[in-house]
Design a protein around this ligand. Sequence first.
Ligand code: AMP
Length: 118
Amino acid sequence: MEDCIFCKIAKGEIPSNKVYEDETVLAFYDLDPQAPVHVLLIPKEHIASAKEITAENSGVVAHIFEVAAILAKELGLENGFRIVNNCGKDGMQSVQHLHFHMLGKRVMGWPPFPTAGN
Ligand code: AMP
């Protein structure tokens, strides 16, 4: 999709620090890491957010989780990791292209959830 930064990264039009790539999925380091290991996993196909996942396009989401398991081994995350998806305005999604944050080597308290006030 035009004017989508992650589509441009997927096409190689904008550089990224890639850790994994195949025909349908790309993984690269987040520019503003919130953990010692912070990778973004994206479908190359433009899917705007988790709200746009359907029976037709959900296969790539399963594949993204397979890639996360591969990366966990490669990046030394044998003690575990977090996968985070922010969806839509209330989910504080800032880039409108489906992506999963993979956070490793211990991170607590991210993303910052607003307190309920009680
Ligand atoms: P979200 O707030 O869930 O939409 O996350 C978007 C993420 O994309 C943020 O963590 C940003 O730091 C990251 N980001 C934005 N532009 C780039 C880029 N060009 N390369 C790597 N990460 C990026």
